[in-house]
Design a binder for this molecule. Structure first.
Ligand code: GLP
Length: 237
């Protein structure tokens, strides 16, 4: 595991954007596993700047997102599809039809989850998976549990996650209680993983994830088993 501690969020975003842009330069049709949340937001802004300066070309890139709130559709401004359009896809030359996010409005979650795993397999797996990490150590929406879940699945969100994510909603009651999340098999099958962590509040849990025992109670700890993980982090605020 390679750990790059930077001096602040701005630098974290720049370093992360360089890693992702480098991946796309090396393989123009890369399959990128993308994440939402405040952690990768700065990286997306940097990538938009790089695209506008002609430094990166997304025209052949394919993306698969980690997760989506169950019950929220693309037009809902709290959905992760909406987030991705707003923070990246609408501003670069990625082909929208090759950007995949689980369908939060599915009537048949079980089938949607199977189809999502099949899609990832059909794409030949993920070249670079971007991850953020929740305050409880979750990755995607793989919450602390007694076991690791392999495939895409419907998750009941932890109270603490609902609380943490309520900062993006008008009230806590509006936060969906369930989500569709990629499982740990797809995440760990990615050829490379880029974990972005920012903030004092996440420093201790990150240290446990990196140096402590591998346990489903701290989902990010499973990344210790992956041969090519880069952690870009800053803890200054
Ligand atoms: C959400 C997302 C995760 C994200 C995490 C951390 O619950 N499902 O993919 O990594 O929260 O979010 P943030 O980066 O905003 O702290």
């Amino acid at each position: 595991m390679k750990i790059i501690e930077t001096k602040n969020y701005q630098e974290t975003s720049l370093v992360a954007a360089d890693i992702l842009a480098e991946q796309v330069r090396k393989k123009e049709n890369s399959v990128l596993g993308l994440a939402t949340g405040s952690s990768p937001e700065g990286m997306y802004s940097e990538l938009i700047k790089m695209y506008k300066n002609g430094e990166v070309d997304f025209s052949k890139v394919i993306s698969v997102n980690l997760d989506e709130y169950f019950g929220l559709g693309p037009d809902n401004n709290q959905s992760y599809r909406y987030f991705m359009n707003k923070h990246l896809f609408d501003h670069v030359n990625i082909r929208k039809e090759y950007t995949y996010v689980p369908d939060g409005l599915t009537k048949n979650p079980e089938q949607e989850c199977k189809a999502y795993d099949q899609l990832i397999e059909d794409l030949g797996g993920i070249d670079l998976q971007v991850l953020g990490m929740g305050l409880n150590g979750h990755i995607g929406f793989n919450e602390p549990a007694d076991y690791f879940t392999a495939g895409t699945h419907l998750v009941c969100l932890e109270e603490s996650t609902i609380e943490a994510n309520s900062r993006f909603f008008a009230s806590k009651e509006e936060v969906p209680t369930k989500a569709l999340s990629m499982g740990l098999k797809s995440i760990l099958s990615a050829k490379k993983i880029l974990l972005i962590v920012h903030g004092k509040a996440k420093q201790e849990i990150l240290m446990k994830a990196i140096h402590g025992p591998v346990t489903p109670q701290l989902p990010a700890s499973i990344l210790q088993l992956h041969p090519n993980v880069t952690v870009v982090c800053s803890f200054n605020e």
